[in-house]
Design a binder for this molecule. Structure first.
Ligand SMILES: *[C@@H]1O[C@H](CO)[C@@H](O)[C@H](O)[C@H]1NC(C)=O
Ligand SMILES: *[C@@H]1O[C@H](CO)[C@@H](O)[C@H](O)[C@H]1NC(C)=O
Ligand SMILES: *[C@@H]1O[C@H](CO)[C@@H](O)[C@H](O)[C@H]1NC(C)=O
Length: 426
């Protein structure tokens, strides 16, 4: 019997969106559930074994991935087609819009509760959104609170206007990734040295970047002078949409830097602690072309290997910038063991870093040094608009042009305490 169940699951559903164990998924009935091993999903297993009518096609439609040859299923509360009221919308304690679902279907919160962490328990309590047979919780993409009111909450950050879904192609749309900042350098004699790094807007006063973009080797006769926000196409004064020319972004703003805060343990020329904050000369107003990205909470898990990330930018590095228009690139997280093998010559990667890319076509030259490694929240929270989180800071690579070599990113979640400790109120 057991093999039969496996057989028909593997043989019928070949091309479905592949998720991993524990990912949030939607059942064929529209229920929010978890993607688990089919052998663990008693609802579906029992329905097939007791030949419930319609159970087989339902099981086929429920497939959500594979672990080796073993299929995963989206395991809800029923194993036959029926109308189930969609879950109510709710807002998480961090301000994210999400779905109100049974606690047992919200793996993120139930896992966090198992650690008996006080903050997780408090967060779960505040996530309570009703009761139906069991407790309902507002299940978004986080199980821990933001620890500061100096960073924007999830109703404000990570949103882009005008671009609802990620389009293919490598050129960005005019209002895509509005948190991208360009860092402007001068030569010591005062003349302009161009854009040589990127960064990200994290609130209305600070830009996050890499330490190596701020602390510069004496061999390069340049210093970081200003920050440009709201840029898309460097060569045009007014940026307008190519398809809808009347759709123009506000002019860029160039700001002086009031304070440069480099991680105290960063050492010039080494890859660790490659993180810095720039406090701008004044508070900025958010517009369609200047908005903050969401930073993860410190407890966020390491991004899973093969999960999808983006980098964006003008290809700016300490040495030059290479593109006139903001570009983007999709890439995958690579496992630390793979990276340690490939990047052995420069010391490998540790838990303070993330490694990504390195596949054919994943050429990190399209991102900026100091710019963000980003993920969209849609994979965890299927009912909300995509919201963007910054998981990494483009740190070092054996940069452009070398295929098969992944890039190294400072892991933002690891540095959240440092970031929060170094923000001053506006
Ligand atoms: C999020 O921040 C906005 C603007 O500061 C505020 O109006 C809103 O009440 C906050 N929402 C939550 C859930 O904290
Ligand atoms: C300033 O220095 C840079 C690099 O050393 C040089 O290329 C540039 O011509 C100099 N500009 C002036 C105005 O002297
Ligand atoms: C910049 O140029 C220096 C000297 O040529 C080189 O060592 C370094 O790797 C370059 N940096 C990047 C990011 O390409």
């Amino acid at each position: 019997m057991y093999t039969k169940v496996v057989y028909f699951l593997t043989s019928f559903c070949l091309s479905v969106l592949a998720l991993d164990i524990g990912d949030t998924c939607i059942t064929p009935n529209g229920e929010v559930a978890n993607c688990i091993q089919h052998t663990e999903c008693h609802v579906i297993k029992n329905a097939i074994l007791s030949r419930v009518e319609g159970a087989k096609p339902f099981a086929q439609k429920s497939k959500c991935g594979n672990i080796g040859k073993s299929p995963l299923v989206c395991c809800g509360t029923t194993a036959k087609f029926m109308t189930i009221a969609p879950p109510k919308k709710c807002t998480t304690p961090n301000g994210e819009s999400a779905s109100c679902v049974p606690l047992s279907s919200c793996k993120l919160i139930s896992d966090a509760l198992e650690t008996h962490d006080n903050d997780a328990e408090k967060f779960a309590k505040e996530s309570h959104c009703g009761h139906e047979r069991e407790q309902l919780v507002c299940c978004g993409s986080e199980a821990y609170p933001l620890r500061t009111n100096l960073l924007p909450n999830r109703t404000v950050c990570g949103e882009q206007t005008g671009v609802v879904r990620i389009m293919g192609g490598e050129e960005t749309k005019i209002l895509e990734f509005p948190w991208m900042a360009l860092l402007m350098y001068n030569f010591h004699n005062g003349s302009h040295a161009g854009f040589r790094c990127g960064g990200s807007v994290i609130n209305n006063r600070y830009v996050l970047t890499a330490a190596h973009c701020v602390s510069i080797s004496e061999n390069l006769p340049i210093y970081l002078n200003k920050v440009r926000l709201g840029e898309w196409k460097i060569s045009t004064v007014e940026d307008c949409d190519e398809e809808f020319p009347s759709n123009c972004a506000d002019p860029v703003i160039d700001l002086n830097i009031e304070e440069k805060i480099v991680h105290p343990q960063y050492k010039l020329g080494e890859g660790k602690n490659d993180i810095a904050l720039l406090r701008l000369e004044r508070n900025i107003e958010y517009t369609n072309s200047i908005r903050p990205i969401c930073l993860p909470v410190g407890e966020s898990p390491d991004p899973r290997s093969r999960s999808e990330m983006y980098v964006a930018g003008w290809g700016a590095t300490e040495n030059s910038s290479s593109s006139d228009v903001k570009l983007k690139l999709k890439l995958q997280i690579a496992s630390r063991s793979y990276c340690n093998e490939r990047l052995n010559s420069i010391g490998g990667v540790d838990f303070t870093q993330i490694c990504a890319g390195g596949k054919r076509g994943e050429d990190s030259c399209k991102g900026d040094s100091g710019g963000p490694l980003m993920r969209s929240s849609t994979s965890e929270n299927l009912n909300a608009n995509p919201k963007w989180f910054q998981e990494g800071i483009v740190s070092r690579g054996i940069h452009c042009g070398i295929r098969g070599v992944p890039g190294i990113y400072a892991r933002v979640a690891y540095y959240m305490h440092w970031i929060i400790d170094n923000l001053r109120s506006f």
